[in-house]
Design a protein around this ligand. Structure first.
Ligand code: FEO
Length: 398
């Protein structure tokens, strides 16, 4: 199966309808591994390959469009195995020359036996002439690996953006306008938060580097191709790279005997006011993928845990470890939770907030055994602190 972007440029990738775990990311809508075949009058290039399990599908698609023997180059924009898993088989089947930057070549040599491959090393600004159309390369380090690169076809104004602008969506429609835009934008946001939020600064640099290009189509390595809503996704990225907050409060917690649960609900009461969106999540019922996405544009967040074995509970610990790794910027909040004889759980939560450079709005809010009426009143007051902070954020935002 192939899908035409424009005459001579075809999607030849694979749709992974059933994947639900992508190295810890919950992919509830599946994903795709996008590869593109670009035919010039003289030469043909395959841009990226697919996950190893879809090798036969990739090769059949390429064969259907041009014949395997017609492929002169395989461009590897990025070495991660979801895009390079079928590279060795594709090189063997086509006899093509690998085109990649030095970092990608080095990583590929660690994953695969590349000793017999023809390799052309490229860097930012280099071009590959295919006859009538060409590919220009721009390295975008740390978007999201050191080797990340994009390829641009100036004659067709198509940016092959690899992981940037991707979404984990399996769908029959390959283009943004063939899918529900609200779903595509939500999945693009989820993808940004969980894959690249940590790399906001390099992404901002990459957006600057790409700013001079005329872009009519963005063809990412996952999900749908952007052709109708490019301003929307570029605008969203400009907000996401700054972790720009909306007037939004999150209360995220784990509980043992409902004491921390009671505190969480009272914090929500205190935070609830007109103009502020408030959301409460028990980590037992919500995947970390969703929580990381919610963090992206939240202004203020309270995290809660009771004390277990002199530290915090394991599920909230997992969520906090995951979110700390993604390094959300510019957040405010506080820790809360119950304890029996030592408030080690909420204190441990507070240490996570310090490590994430939170603006800490108050000392950990604690309740011994069960929150008293006085503690519940303190929870409502603390909730109001979150709402005060959230109201400082602009109403508009992605
Ligand atoms: Fe989709 Fe970083 O690989």
């Amino acid at each position: 199966m192939h899908v035409t972007l424009t005459e001579g440029i075809n999607w030849v990738g694979a749709i992974d309808w059933t994947i639900r775990d992508f190295h810890g990311y919950h992919t509830g809508r599946g994903s795709t591994y996008n590869a593109y075949l670009v035919q010039g009058t003289e030469k043909t290039a395959l841009i990226d390959t697919v996950k190893r399990t879809y090798t036969n599908s990739l090769l059949a698609n390429v064969d259907e469009v041009a014949g395997l023997g017609a492929v002169d180059y395989i461009v590897a924009n990025h070495a991660e195995p979801d895009h390079s898993g079928s590279l060795a088989a594709a090189i063997e089947a086509t006899g093509a020359t690998l085109v990649a930057n030095e970092k990608t070549v080095g990583i590929l040599a660690a994953y695969y036996d590349t000793s017999g491959w023809e390799i052309e090393v490229v860097a930012t600004g280099d071009s590959l002439d295919l006859g009538g159309r060409s590919l220009t390369f721009v390295q975008v380090p740390m978007v999201h690996w050191p080797d990340s690169m994009v390829s641009y076809c100036p004659e067709e104004k198509i940016l092959f953006s690899n992981d940037a602008f991707g979404q984990h969506i399996a769908s029959s429609g390959r283009f943004d306008d063939e899918n529900d835009l609200s779903v595509v934008m939500q999945e693009a946001k989820t993808y940004y938060a969980n894959i690249v939020m940590l790399y906001g600064r390099p992404i901002a640099k990459a957006l600057d580097a790409l700013g001079g290009l005329e872009i009519g189509t963005i063809a990412p390595a996952h999900g749908v191709v952007w052709r109708a809503h490019i301003p929307e996704i570029l605008d969203a990225y400009s907000n996401w790279v700054q972790c720009r907050a909306r007037p939004k409060v999150l209360v995220i917690y784990e509980s043992m005997w409902h004491s921390t649960d009671c505190m969480a609900h009272e914090i929500v009461k205190g935070a609830t006011r007109e103009g502020v969106e408030v959301k409460l999540f028990d980590v037992g019922g919500t995947h970390r993928t969703e929580l990381a996405t919610e963090m992206l544009d939240a202004a203020a967040v309270a995290f809660g845990s009771p004390t277990l074995n002199m530290t915090l509970m394991p599920d909230i610990a997992g969520v906090l470890t995951y979110i700390k790794g993604l390094a959300p910027k510019g957040k405010a909040g506080f820790a809360f939770g119950s304890y029996g004889w030592a408030p080690s759980g909420p204190k441990a939560v507070n240490e996570y907030l310090e490590a994430m450079d939170f603006d800490i709005l108050r000392e950990p809010l604690t309740a011994q055994w069960k929150p008293s009426e006085d503690v519940l009143a303190q929870c409502r007051e603390a909730g109001a602190l979150l709402a005060d902070r959230a109201q400082e954020a602009p109403q508009a935002g992605a």
